[in-house]
Structure formats: structure tokens, C-alpha cells
Design a protein. Structure first.
Length: 274
């Protein structure tokens, strides 16, 4: 009986410690990750620019109400980026949510971004499942250009935006064709990193999300699931292959369960230049 008591007590202590760690990771202030990327085609006479990459906000209760998102927007403003890139999934309709917000409520905090920032976004799978037309309207009302298998020139950058790959809407060839006549440093914004291996060699940079870096990870690394066809290969962080780079952020909110464990929210700040 004494042995079972101590085993039960140890298990309770472990569960309590994991619960506290999960709460801390889920509600943490986003970690700011920084890197620099040199882009072929970037104008020789142009100064470097910085981009803040966020994804997978998943506005929903209990962990990501609009009020928390407003605080993250203030954090982004303090970083003073030239661009803000959103790699999809602003909303969440997860069954475990305590409150589902409208598209207008979910996107309203983005109106707080500094007016001088260039704002670009692409759809994610949850945006399409929720109401992409309403999400697009909210983004555009906040000053964002929403790209869906198309491209546009933004200062010294050419940005191609791929529609969501997870729901079968991505068209990389169409996006590359739209980028072809434009000049500047080339960046592809995509919800999922899965199209990355299909980029032409020595093309440029891809920014993505979707994987949440696993969201619930093992303390020794890796995760039970990444929602990527490539497993851990592009699950998290920066990967350089074939003359290209991909940066995959951990996202801000949660999907399925309102819990993060050994995977904290992230904002990536990327400086790009010649």
C-alpha cells in the first residue's frame, strides 16, 4: 500500500508539473526569432528591410481572445518591421473552444498595426473552413493585401502568395508565373511549407506556418504530428536547401486542443537584402 501511495503521488506531481508547463507555454508572450537572408535579385541600391512573420493565430477562446491578439500586435509594432506577413489561419473553429469569434472580431486587432507597415497575407485551411470571404474582408479592412496564387511588387520585394496547400488550393506554377515579370528579391508566402521542395533552385525565400512546430512536442525534440507530408523535415524553424531557404514559424495560437507543450508561440523577424 505504501509503495502504491508513493507511485500515485509521483504521478500526480508529474501531471501537475506538465499542466503548469503546458499553461505557461500556451499563454507565453511570443518568442522573437531572428535571422538574415540574402536574396538574389534584391536591388543593389536598396537598403535591407525587415519582415515580421506570424501565422496560425487561431483566434478563439480560451487561449487566444482578440484582447490577447491586440497585445501581440503591440509587440509587433515595437519590433518596427517594414513588412508584416501572415501565413494563414487567423481563426479557429475547434470543438474544444470556449468561444468562437466572428471573422470581423478575429481580424479587428490587426487595425492596430502601424500604418507605415506593408501588410501581406495568404489563406490557411481554417480560414477556408471558417469563411474565407469574411476573413479576406477583415484583412483588407486592416490594410492587408491578400494573395491567392498571385504575386505583387512591394518595394524591393516580389511576393508570391500561395493559396492553402492543405485543402488542395495551392498553385505554385501559377504563383511563379505571376512573379516572373516582376523584379526584386523573391519571397513566397505560403500557409504550409510542403510546396518548398518544388521551388526552382536558387529562387529565394519561403515563409510558412501551419505545423505549429508540432504544438505538443516531446521534451527531447520532435512531435507526435506536424501536419506536414514531410514530417519533421520542415516542421520548425529555418531550413536551407537547393539554394533556397524556408522559415516555418510555430504560430501564435492552437488548433484542435487549446494546449501547447514544449512549443511556445513565435514571431520571426527576418532581415533581407542583397
Amino acid at each position: 500500500m505504501r509503495k502504491r501511495y508513493w507511485i500515485a503521488l509521483a504521478l500526480f506531481a508529474l501531471a501537475a508539473a506538465l499542466g503548469a508547463k503546458a499553461y505557461s507555454d500556451t499563454m507565453a508572450t511570443p518568442i522573437v526569432q531572428r535571422t538574415e537572408v540574402s536574396l538574389a535579385g534584391y536591388p543593389v541600391d536598396a537598403a535591407p528591410v525587415t519582415m515580421a512573420l506570424i501565422s496560425d493565430v487561431h483566434v478563439a477562446g480560451p487561449d487566444m481572445p482578440p484582447s490577447r491578439f491586440e497585445g501581440i500586435v503591440e509587440q509587433i509594432n515595437a519590433l518596427a518591421p517594414d513588412y508584416v506577413m501572415i501565413a494563414g489561419d487567423l481563426v479557429s473553429e475547434k470543438r474544444s473552444a470556449t468561444h468562437i469569434y466572428t471573422a470581423a472580431e478575429a481580424t479587428a486587432p490587426l487595425k492596430g498595426l502601424d500604418g507605415s507597415i506593408i501588410k501581406i497575407a495568404v489563406p490557411g485551411n481554417h480560414d477556408h473552413w471558417f469563411d474565407m470571404e469574411a476573413i479576406r474582408a477583415g484583412l483588407e479592412n486592416a490594410g492587408f493585401r491578400v494573395l491567392e496564387n498571385e504575386a505583387a511588387q512591394f518595394g524591393p520585394l516580389v511576393v508570391g502568395g500561395i493559396d492553402d496547400d492543405y485543402t488542395g488550393r495551392a498553385d505554385l506554377p501559377a504563383t511563379l508565373a505571376a512573379m516572373e515579370p516582376l523584379s526584386g528579391g523573391r519571397i513566397i508566402l505560403s500557409h504550409s511549407p510542403d510546396p518548398f521542395p518544388d521551388m526552382p533552385a536558387n529562387f529565394g525565400l519561403m515563409l510558412a506556418g501551419h505545423t505549429h512546430c508540432g504544438q505538443i512536442r516531446y521534451p527531447w525534440g520532435g512531435a507526435p504530428a506536424t501536419m506536414s507530408d514531410h514530417g519533421e523535415r520542415y516542421a520548425c524553424g529555418r531550413v536551407d536547401e537547393n539554394g533556397n531557404s524556408v522559415i516555418v514559424g510555430a504560430g501564435l495560437g492552437t488548433s484542435l486542443l487549446p494546449v501547447r507543450l514544449f512549443s511556445k508561440p513565435e514571431i520571426w523577424v527576418i532581415e533581407v537584402g542583397r
